[in-house]
Design a binder for this molecule. Structure first.
Ligand code: ASP
Ligand code: MG
Length: 405
C-alpha cells in the first residue's frame, strides 16, 4: 500500500533520530509498501528561528519571516534523504515548492489550495522515496507561505489525499491519542480509535496531538490517520469516520488550553447591531474570537464577554475604547490569565447528566467556572489558568476515563 508518514520535530531532533527514522522507513519499504515521507523542522528549530528574527526586528516582515521559517523543514528533508541513501534506498528531498504544495492567503497563515502531485508521483514511480518539507507551500506568484504552527500534519494529509494514499501515519514522540494529556494525568489511557469529529474538537480545544486543519481535511476526504510512536513499536490510535464501539464511554477525551484571555464589555445598551459593532472591528484586525457569551439583560443593559488567545489581548484592548464608544458602553474589563477544559465525545449532548456531572466535578475540586460553552459533542468551561491541571484530573476521574473503553 501507499502511505504518507509524517515525522514531527522531536522525531527528527538529532542525527541519531534521523537515522532511526530512515531505518523505520526502510522497514516499511522492505514489507512491500510505498512511502512518502513528510518532515517537520528539527526539534525546536522553528522557535529558534522566530527568536532570531525577533532579535533582528521587533516586528519581523511577514514575507521574510516565511522565507526564514521555511528553511527549518528544508534542513530535515535533506538529512532524512541522505540517511535513506546511506542505507541504500534511493530518496529525494523536496521543498514545499518542488513537491507542488500550492497555498493561498496571507504570509504566516497560508492554506493549501491544491497539490500539483506529478513530481512526487514521478519520484515514486522511479523507486525513489520522496521526502517532503512540511509546513509550507508557494502561492501563484511563487512566494513562500507557511501554513501556521504545527501545520506539517496538514501537508502530510494533503499529499496523502492528492496521491490517493491508503492512509496517513503521524509518527510522533507519543504513542497515540490519549484520554487526557499523560503529563497531567498519568493514568490517561491511549485510545484505539477516535472519530474525526471528536479529534477535531480535541485539537481545536487545545490538544496538540494533531493540527486541527489536518483532521478537517482528512475528514472531508475520509482519509484514515494513524497516530503512532516513531520511537517504540506499539499500536497507535486510528482517526476515522466511525468508531468501533457504540456502547462506550461517551466522553472520549479531555482537552485543555492554558492560553485564554477574556474581555467583558459592561452595560451595553441592548439593541440590534451591538454584536456586529463589537466583533467587526476585531475581525478586521485579524483577532480571532473564540467563546462569546451575552448575559440576559437587566433593564435594557447587558454584559457581553468574549475570549481569545492571550497574544491577541493587547491588540484587542487597543480597539476597545473606540468599540465601547460606538455601542455606548461605559467600560470594559479584561482578564489575561484564563484557561479552558473541555470534555469531548459523540453523544454527550443527547445523553442526560453530562453537564451536571462536569460542573459537580469542578465544584468538588473548588474550581470557579467563568464561562461555559458547548457544541453538539463538547462541553467547555473557562476557568483560572492556574487551575487547569487540577480541573483535567478532576474530570478524568469523574468520567472514569482511566478504565472505560
Ligand atoms: N516546524 C513547524 C512548527 O514548529 C511546523 C510543524 O512542526 O508542523 O510549527
Ligand atoms: Mg515543530
Amino acid at each position: 500500500m501507499l502511505v504518507v508518514q509524517k515525522y514531527g520535530g522531536t522525531s527528527v531532533a538529532d542525527a541519531d533520530r534521523i537515522r532511526h527514522v530512515a531505518g523505520r522507513v526502510m522497514n516499511r519499504i522492505r514489507q512491500g509498501d510505498q512511502v512518502i515521507v513528510v518532515v517537520s523542522a528539527m526539534g525546536d528549530s522553528t522557535d529558534d528561528l522566530i527568536d532570531l528574527a525577533l532579535q533582528v526586528a521587533p516586528d519581523p516582515d511577514p514575507r521574510e519571516l516565511d522565507m526564514l521559517l521555511s528553511t527549518g523543514e528544508q534542513v530535515s528533508v535533506a538529512l532524512v534523504a541522505m540517511a535513506l541513501k546511506t542505507l541504500g534506498q534511493e530518496a529525494v528531498g523536496l521543498t514545499g515548492q518542488q513537491a507542488g504544495i500550492i497555498a493561498q492567503g496571507l504570509h504566516n497563515k497560508g492554506r493549501i489550495s491544491r497539490v500539483e502531485a506529478d513530481r512526487v508521483r514521478r519520484e515514486l514511480d522511479a523507486g525513489r522515496v520522496p521526502v517532503v518539507a512540511g509546513y509550507w507551500g508557494v502561492n501563484e506568484a511563487q512566494e513562500i507561505l507557511t501554513l501556521g504552527r504545527g501545520a506539517s500534519d496538514t501537508t502530510a494529509v494533503a499529499l496523502a489525499v492528492a496521491l490517493g494514499a491508503e492512509r496517513c501515519e503521524n509518527c510522533k514522540d507519543v504513542e497515540g491519542v490519549y484520554t487526557a494529556d499523560p503529563r497531567i494525568v498519568p493514568e490517561a489511557r491511549k485510545l484505539k480509535d477516535i472519530t474525526y469529529e471528536e479529534m477535531l474538537e480535541l485539537a481545536t480545544q487545545g490538544s496538540t496531538v494533531m493540527h486541527n486543519r489536518a483532521v478537517e481535511l482528512a475528514s472531508v476526504y475520509n482519509l484514515p490517520i494513524l497516530v503512532t510512536s516513531s520511537m517504540v513499536e506499539a499500536p497507535g490510535t486510528l482517526i476515522r469516520q466511525e468508531s468501533e464501539l457504540e456502547e462506550r464511554n461517551r466522553v472520549r477525551g479531555i482537552a485543555h488550553d492554558t492560553d485564554v484571555a477574556k474581555v467583558t464589555v459592561r452595560k451595553v445598551p441592548d439593541r440590534p447591531g451591538i454584536a456586529s459593532n463589537i466583533f467587526e472591528p476585531l475581525a478586521e484586525a485579524g483577532i480571532s474570537v473564540d467563546t462569546i457569551v451575552q448575559n440576559s439583560s437587566e433593564g435594557d443593559l447587558t454584559d457581553l464577554s468574549f475570549t481569545m488567545s492571550r497574544g491577541d489581548l493587547r491588540r484587542a484592548e487597543g480597539l476597545m475604547p473606540a468599540i465601547c464608544a460606538s455601542v455606548g458602553a461605559p467600560e470594559y474589563t479584561s482578564d489575561a490569565n484564563l484557561g479552558k477544559v473541555s470534555i469531548v465525545g459523540v453523544g454527550i449532548q443527547t445523553a442526560p447528566g453530562y453537564a451536571a456531572r462536569m460542573f459537580r466535578a469542578m465544584s468538588d475540586a473548588g474550581i470557579n467556572i467563568e464561562l461555559i460553552s458547548t457544541s453538539e459533542i463538547r462541553l467547555t468551561c473557562i476557568i483560572d489558568s492556574a487551575k487547569v491541571p487540577d480541573a483535567v484530573r478532576a474530570l478524568h476521574a469523574a468520567f472514569q476515563l482511566e478504565t472505560a473503553e
